[in-house]
Structure formats: structure tokens, C-alpha cells
Ligand binder design. Structure first.
Ligand code: BG6
Length: 488
């Protein structure tokens, strides 16, 4: 296997680098998962002095939820890998200097910078002649705000890199519970026969956040919940729930199957957008018993008339043999009551009711996959309530698997640990291919254009609520209701 000896973080003094990347790299170092020769290189304009840089790196690493502890000995050995290189990544001469310092070993370039400077950085890399077949490039969202802008960014990358060298991160794919979706589906025989329109009534995917957008208002205002969350994280979850068995457990076989799901999504356009989507925006309210400002009153809000959605609910439909007629209800929002991400597979009711069923327990069987927090799986099933009453009573009770309890002795790595490690191993399974992203943008563009053409406005919801009232209507119109097992 190829040994990657240099991981260069372009934008190495930025927020993402300190919050996620260095803590992840430290954990990989501590677990002996980096090759002996690997250097961790910060490539940035050098606003921080060396001491300040290293202090900040340690502080953020210590405060990471995923790092168990930072001990002096392993921190000192980690620091032997760390190189701080001050330079401008859009200038070929600075990249050449970096290369001279690093020698002939292969490089991963992790672009932790705004996409607006991907083009000059890639051009500078090309001009400096640092890219060979083994060089890898890691890029993060936002990769565009539409199909057109995604294509422009992608074309820029393709001038210097080929698809097999580009690792497009969707950090949801690095989460343990998201990876477990495939194991759950494909390694347990009892799900396979039921996993289709004959037995599944509908699917719900909720990614609720209690935080607001304060601190990144201007980015978010250009994006909104649909582009920030649905285009990538939620659609990837849809793919993992809906995809067919891949031919082999290999990157392109899995990505081929995900692509088919994206291509099978029924288009949402001006003709149906109002009955398929709901937009919301949080107003002042209280979360965790603390009063919080509305979206338009956030400290860094730049205008007070923005209609950007901070909540979105979508009824997605997959037009293929397995899923025809099985809606996927998706919702995500900021400033909701609790932070939780959950997938609910709602099975159809049994046909013959051999015992009178409590009308409140009509949803006989659900599989609930809790992605975060309280990671785990719950199977809800009907049981007879013990007792001697004349008529048998049934109750829906959950079989509950908590990952924390089941895998007590295992540390759950952060998404970034998994993803960075896979880049060094050359495994693209958990990274998005450009055709997947093109398909996702095409579908999302249909919704955005539909909203524009029909002038569909964002409805206000109080911070701390579960979205605007119409989100209830979206699912109620089909005779169903949102299910929430983490906080019911
Ligand atoms: C990011 C979005 O991709 O995902 C953020 O840009 C969002 O707006 C975040 O808060 C959520 O990630 P997680 O891992 O906290 O669920």
C-alpha cells in the first residue's frame, strides 16, 4: 500500500483545522495509525506565531469530545510530526518552497479554505509541478450553491486532478452510525425481505439542531437549510437507506448504487413544490430554557428582511421498483428543541388484527435508527400487556440497542478521523463522486427554482419549537405524523 507521508492542511490556521482536523490527526497518531514518516503540515499565511499556533492546537485538541486525553508524551511525539509552513497557497513559488521542504514523498492536500480560492490554489499546484498520480486532494462543502456553480468548482479541480485523486468530504459519511447503516441492512438477513414497498409504509429522516446560525450568518444566508443540509447530508442518508445491494464492497460499486437512488428521485418543480416542501425561519424563542434571538436578530445578521430558510421539510419520492409509493419525509432545522438525528422506518400495519389493538398504538412496527446522540437502534413491536383482563391489550414496546452500552470498551472515533485515515489509505468509499453531487444539485435546483417561481415564503417558527406548523401539515395531509422517539 502507498504510504502517505505528508498531510498538508491548506488553511491550517483556520477554524476547521483547529476544531476538527488537528484533534483527529492527534487521535490517529495516538492510535499508531499514521505512517512513521507522516508529517502534519499547516500551510497558511502565518498570522499566528509558532508558540501561539501550538498552544491553540493543544487547547482545541484537549477540548475535543472525541479525544479521550492528551498526555504529554504522546503530545510531544505528535509535535515531532507537525510542521508550520507560512506561505500563500495561491502562489506557485510558495508551493514550490513547500515541496522543497517536504522532499519527494507523496502529499495529501486538504483544502480547508473557501471554495472561492480553490481555482488559484489548484492552478498554483499545477504550475509548481507538485501533483503526480499519487497526490490526493481533499475538499469540503460548500461545493457550490447550484449545479452550475458546482460544475465550475469541479472543472477547476479537474484541471489539475483526476476523479480518483479527489476526496469530497461529507462528514456525515464518516459518522460511525451512518456507516453502520450498510452493516445493518446488508449483514442481517431479517431486514432484506422486508426492505421494500410491500412492507414499508414510509421513511422519516430528521436532523434537528438546537444551535442557531450565529457566527456564520453571511455564509448561511446564501445557503439556507436545503443547500446546507439536505443537498448533502440528508440525501446521503436517503441513499444509504434506499440503495440496492452493491456488486462488491468497493468504493465505486457502492457509489454506483447511491447514484441510482439520486437519479430516481422524483423531480420537485414549481408544479408540485408547494405540496412537497415547507420552509421555515426561526424567530426569537427559548432553547434549553435560555432566551435566544431570532435568525434576523443574530449579532452578525446583515439584513433584517432575509427570507432564507433555517428549517426545511421535504416529501421525497423514489421512482423505482423497490420504493414506488413509499414517501421519504425529510426535515432539518436550526434552533429546534433538541439536537438529534434519527431515521424511522415505519412498517405497514398487519392485515389481520387478531386482537383488538389500542387505537393509540396503530403504528405497530418501527425500526428507529438513532444517529446522534444516544446512538443506537430500536425495534418497536406489539406485545400483550401482562394481566388477567378479559380482553387482551397490546402495547408497542421497543427493543433497544444502545451502542454505548453494547460497545462499552470501544472508543467511537470522530468522523474526521475515519475520513482522514481513508484518504491516507486511498479508499474513496465514504467520499462523494462528482456524478452523485451533480445529481443531488440537479434535484435541489428544481426545488429552489420552484420556490422562486411560486414565491414560496419561509414561515416563522419560535426557536425551541419543532419547525413551522405547516411541517405538520406536510405529513398530516398523507394521514401520517412525525415520529420522534428520542424525545417523545
Ligand atoms: C454542516 C452544516 O455541514 O453540518 C452545519 O454546514 C451543521 O450548518 C452541521 O450545523 C451539522 O453537523 P453535525 O455533525 O453537528 O450534525
Amino acid at each position: 500500500m502507498l504510504k502517505i507521508c505528508n498531510i498538508v492542511i491548506v488553511g491550517g490556521e483556520g477554524d476547521l483545522a483547529f476544531r476538527k482536523l488537528y484533534p483527529a490527526l492527534y487521535s490517529l497518531h495516538r492510535e499508531n495509525l499514521l505512517a512513521d514518516c507522516t508529517k502534519v503540515v499547516s500551510f497558511a499565511r502565518g498570522k499566528l506565531g509558532l508558540d501561539e499556533f501550538k498552544t491553540k492546537m493543544r487547547e482545541w485538541t484537549e477540548s475535543s469530545d472525541y479525544v479521550r486525553e492528551v498526555d504529554d508524551a504522546s503530545w510531544a511525539s505528535f509535535q515531532e510530526r507537525v510542521v508550520k509552513f507560512d506561505g500563500d497557497a495561491t502562489k506557485a513559488e510558495d508551493i514550490s518552497k513547500l515541496k522543497a521542504e517536504l522532499g519527494e514523498d507523496d502529499i495529501v492536500f486538504y483544502l480547508s479554505t473557501p471554495p472561492s480560492i480553490f481555482a488559484p490554489i489548484c492552478e498554483a499546484m499545477g504550475a509548481a509541478g507538485v501533483v503526480n498520480d499519487n497526490t490526493r486532494l481533499v475538499v469540503e462543502k460548500p461545493l457550490g450553491t447550484s449545479l452550475e456553480s458546482f460544475n465550475q468548482i469541479n472543472d477547476t479541480l479537474f484541471k489539475t486532478y483526476e476523479e480518483h485523486q479527489i476526496y469530497r468530504i461529507d462528514h456525515y459519511l464518516g459518522k460511525e452510525t451512518v456507516q453502520n447503516l450498510l452493516a445493518l441492512r446488508f449483514a442481517n438477513i431479517f431486514f432484506d425481505p422486508l426492505w421494500n414497498r410491500n412492507y414499508i409504509d414510509h421513511v422519516q429522516i430528521t436532523v434537528a439542531e438546537s444551535v442557531g446560525v450565529g457566527g456564520r450568518w453571511s455564509y448561511y444566508d446564501e445557503s439556507g437549510a436545503l443547500r446546507d443540509m439536505v443537498q448533502n447530508h440528508l440525501l446521503q442518508l436517503v441513499c444509504l437507506v434506499a440503495m440496492e445491494f452493491p456488486a462488491r464492497n468497493q468504493a465505486d460499486d457502492i457509489r454506483d448504487e447511491k447514484l441510482k437512488v439520486i437519479r430516481s428521485l422524483k423531480p420537485i418543480t414549481a408544479a408540485n413544490v408547494q405540496s412537497r416542501t415547507v420552509r421555515g425561519q426561526y424567530s426569537e424563542g427559548s432553547v434549553d430554557q435560555t432566551l435566544v434571538p431570532g435568525y434576523l436578530q443574530e449579532d452578525d445578521a446583515q439584513e433584517n428582511t432575509s427570507d432564507t430558510e433555517t428549517f426545511v421539510a421535504v416529501k421525497a419520492e423514489i421512482e423505482n421498483n423497490r420504493w414506488q409509493g413509499v414517501p421519504f419525509y425529510l426535515r432539518t432545522g436550526k434552533r429546534m428543541a433538541h439536537r438529534y438525528s434519527e431515521i424511522v422506518i415505519q412498517f405497514k400495519p398487519v392485515v389481520f388484527k387478531f386482537i383488538d389493538v389500542d387505537p393509540n398504538a396503530i403504528n405497530n412496527n418501527q425500526l428507529v435508527i438513532r444517529l446522534q446522540p444516544n446512538e443506537g437502534i430500536q425495534m418497536n413491536m406489539m406485545n400483550k400487556v401482562p394481566g388477567l383482563s378479559e380482553t387482551n391489550r397490546l402495547q408497542n414496546v421497543g427493543l433497544n440497542l444502545s451502542f454505548e452500552e453494547a460497545f462499552e470498551e470501544h472508543r467511537s472515533p470522530s468522523a474526521y478521523e475515519r475520513l482522514i485515515l481513508d484518504v491516507t489509505r486511498g479508499d474513496q468509499t465514504l467520499f462523494m463522486r462528482s456524478d452523485e453531487l451533480r445529481g443531488a444539485w440537479r434535484w435541489v435546483d428544481g426545488i429552489v427554482n420552484g420556490w422562486r417561481e411560486t414565491e414560496q415564503r419561509a414561515q416563522k417558527y419560535r426557536a425551541g419549537a419543532s419547525g413551522p406548523d405547516d411541517a405538520l401539515g406536510l405529513i398530516l395531509q398523507d394521514g401520517r405524523k412525525w415520529l420522534n422517539f428520542d424525545h417523545d
